[in-house]
Design a protein around this ligand. Sequence first.
Ligand SMILES: Cc1ncc(C[n+]2csc(CCOP(=O)(O)OP(=O)(O)O)c2C)c(N)n1
Ligand SMILES: [Mg+2]
Length: 340
Amino acid sequence: MSESNSAERGNRDEEQVPGAKVIAQALKTQGVKYMFGVVGIPVTEIAFAAQELGIRYVGMRNEQAVDICAEELGNNVRPAVTLLGDINAVTKQLLEQFDRTPWQYPPESKWWKTLREKMKSNEAVTKELASKNSLPMNYFTVFYHVQEQLPKDCFVVSEGANTMDIGRTVLQNYLPRHRLDAGTFGTMGVGLGFAIAAAVVAKDRNPGQRVICVEGDSAFGFSGLEVETICRYNLPIVLLVVNNNGIYQGFNADTWKEMLKFGDATFVAPPLSLLPNAHYEQVMTAFGGNGYFVQTPEELQKCLSQSLADTTKPSLINIMIEPQATRKPQEFHWLTRSNI
Ligand SMILES: Cc1ncc(C[n+]2csc(CCOP(=O)(O)OP(=O)(O)O)c2C)c(N)n1
Ligand SMILES: [Mg+2]
């Protein structure tokens, strides 16, 4: 090794910086403002280093992986066209191209006509189901009353099976990038994390803006203890747990009791069922937030307006629905095929 090389190496040794600091610095350079994580090696060091550089750190109770890789393209349904790239860059390129050659799908085309007719008939069926006043409520009645009070600028976060799928058809978001749900893969457990991320941004940039997080009772179980995180940071989230005592469907308390006469629950309880009438709202009150248990449209209306009016605390409304309630009949089997 030449003298100048060894001198160079000596200098570098003196300049050694911890890896956590390098990561934090790289994130800072990329304009990252928030970091979400669960402490442990090496997150503790990185979180400290990030905070030192002014990046905000939100300590979570659970974490999920993120992937961007070409092999994932077409993993689900065979696509007609795929775009591989950074979504920010690709969207920018697409918009630039649209500016140069404006293009719209012709509004009078057969495709649009069929779509408009289908939307109209769907709306009519949904309206009829929502107007049913039998108790326990069905999904459509619940979502109709939620939609009535949904602030126009709120984030809608959702996960579950029926809860998310039916919710998608009734709950409207009016602003772009204000709907976050379990997406095409339907991975349960993402809802509260999404809600927390949206709420941290909302709290900072738009005081008063709310996150409405609509969870199936099973979906809620995947990351329900993030309610502690929500209370720790006092985040502007209203959680709605649509509770049918199960995954897709469940049983009411009487049927559950009858069933247990035939043997231990491990033998006789269908795997889709969960404990009837679980008081999930108490998870919220345990950490100091508002918790409500509702069974009627009137109770739902009242508790939702109270939750939206109370900007000092997060809320959780546990909404009991008919355990056997289901979605409306679907034209295509793949819309109801179980992916469990
Ligand atoms: C990580 C993960 N585990 C399991 C599943 C299977 N799964 C699909 S939907 C669902 C829960 C649906 O029940 P719920 O959230 O109560 O909604 P409901 O259909 O009852 O309204 C589960 C466990 C999944 N999608 N992701
Ligand atoms: Mg359920």
